[in-house]
Design a protein around this ligand. Structure first.
Ligand SMILES: Nc1ncnc2c1ncn2[C@@H]1O[C@H](COP(=O)(O)OP(=O)(O)OP(=O)(O)O)[C@@H](O)[C@H]1O
Length: 326
C-alpha cells in the first residue's frame, strides 16, 4: 500500500461578487488529480505559478477544504476530519513553507517554535521537552544558543533548518515541502537540499516536494508529477521526465532550466526556441477544446501523459526510436 494515495482530487475556490456577495463562479485550483507517494520517497510536484501545487499540498496536510475526491492514508480517507483525528494524521504529516520568515512566529523564541508540535502531540515533561528541542537543533546543525533567539536573528537558510526541526519534531511519516529553497541563494539552496536528504535518511520520512523549478527537483525526486492549470499533464520517474518528456508543457519547463555550462549555451538556446516554436504551432494538439489538459494515458508502467491515447502512444514510440538512433 502506498503511503498516500490521492484520487481524483478537486479543490474549487468560490468566487463571490455583487451586493449580496453571492458565489458567481469558481476557480478550479485543483481539478481532478491522482497520484501516490510511497514510503521513504521524495515525490516532486512541479508547475508554474498558479498551477495548483500549494493548494494540493495544503489539501494533503488537511489545511484546505476538498471539493471532491479522496486522500488515502492507511486506507482511510483523511479528507474526513474524524479519520484525521483517529489516525493521528496531524502528527504524522507536517509541512514546511517557502517563506520561513512568515511561517515562523516572529514573537516566539526558537525553543517555543520547535516545541510547539511536541506540546500538541507528545506531552513531555519540561526537562524532556528541552532535551528533545536541543537534540532537534543538533540534528539540523544549529547551536544550543539558538534556543533563546527569535526568527529574525537567523539567515534564510538557518530559518529553513528551524522549520525542518519543527516539522520533524513528532517523527512524521510525510513532510510536504512547499518551495522550501526558492527564496534562498543558489549556494544555500544546495546546503538545505542536502540537509533535507540527510534528515530523510535518518528519519525514513517521505517528502512531497513542491517546486516550480525542474532543475531543483532533479536532485531530490524519484518520481515527479507535472501540474498545469489544476491538472496533471505528465507523471513519471526522474528518467521518464528528464530524458523522455512527452507533453509540450513538460518540455517547456525543462527548456526553462538555465544552462550553466557556457559551451552548451548556444545549443540550449536553440533547443529552447525549437520547443517554443512547437508550442506556438501545435498547442491545440496538446489541450482539449476548452484549453484544458486531457486525462492521463499510461505509455509505460511508470510513465503517463495527458494526451489522446493514439497521440500519446505515437509520441512514446517516436521517443523509443529517437533513443535507439542516438
Ligand atoms: N484562497 C483562495 N481563493 C481563491 N483562489 C485561490 C485561493 N488560493 C489559491 N487560489 C487560486 O488557485 C490557483 C492555484 O493556486 P496555488 O497557490 O495552489 O498555485 P501554485 O501552483 O502553488 O502557485 P505558486 O507557485 O505561485 O504558489 C490560482 O489561480 C490561485 O489564484
Amino acid at each position: 500500500m502506498s503511503l498516500i494515495t490521492i484520487q481524483n482530487l478537486k479543490v474549487h475556490y468560490p468566487i463571490r461578487s455583487g451586493f449580496w456577495n453571492r458565489v458567481t463562479d469558481e476557480v478550479p485550483a485543483v481539478d481532478g488529480i491522482s497520484f501516490a507517494i510511497e514510503a521513504g520517497e521524495t515525490y516532486g510536484l512541479v508547475g508554474e505559478s498558479g498551477s495548483g501545487k500549494t493548494t494540493t499540498g495544503k489539501s494533503v496536510v488537511g489545511l484546505e477544504k476538498v471539493t471532491s475526491g479522496s486522500i488515502l492514508y492507511q486506507g482511510q480517507d483523511i479528507t474526513q476530519k474524524a479519520n484525521r483525528r483517529r489516525l493521528n494524521y496531524n502528527r504524522d504529516v507536517q509541512m514546511i513553507f517557502q517563506d520561513s520568515l512568515s511561517s515562523l512566529n516572529p514573537r516566539k523564541r526558537i525553543e517555543d517554535i520547535i516545541a510547539e508540535p511536541l506540546r500538541n502531540f507528545e506531552h513531555l515533561s519540561k526537562e524532556d521537552e528541552k532535551l528533545r528541542v536541543l537534540q532537534l537543533l543538533d540534528i539540523v546543525g544549529l547551536d544550543a544558543d539558538a534556543l533563546y533567539k527569535y526568527p529574525h536573528q537567523f539567515s534564510g537558510g538557518q530559518r529553513q533548518r528551524i522549520g525542518v526541526a519543527r516539522a520533524v519534531a513528532t517523527n512524521p511519516k510525510l513532510i510536504v515541502a512547499d518551495e522550501p529553497v526558492s527564496a534562498l541563494d543558489l549556494s544555500v539552496q544546495a546546503q538545505v537540499l542536502n540537509f533535507m536528504k540527510k534528515i530523510q535518511r535518518e528519519f525514513g520520512i517521505s517528502y512531497l516536494f513542491i517546486s516550480h523549478d525542474l532543475g531543483v527537483v532533479r536532485h531530490m525526486c524519484q518520481n515527479i508529477a507535472i501540474m498545469n492549470r489544476g491538472r496533471l499533464v505528465e507523471i513519471g520517474t526522474r528518467d521518464d521526465i528528464y530524458n523522455h518528456p512527452l507533453h509540450i508543457y513538460t518540455k517547456r519547463l525543462l527548456a526553462a532550466i538555465p544552462e550553466t555550462n557556457v559551451a552548451q549555451r548556444a545549443a540550449h538556446r536553440a533547443s529552447r526556441l525549437a520547443v517554443e516554436r512547437i508550442y506556438q504551432e501545435q498547442r491545440a494538439k496538446y489541450y482539449d477544446d476548452d484549453g484544458k489538459a486531457y486525462p492521463l494515458v499510461a505509455v509505460s508502467p511508470t510513465h503517463s501523459v495527458a494526451l489522446p491515447a493514439a497521440l500519446a502512444h505515437q509520441l512514446a514510440q517516436e521517443e523509443v526510436q529517437r533513443e535507439a538512433q542516438a
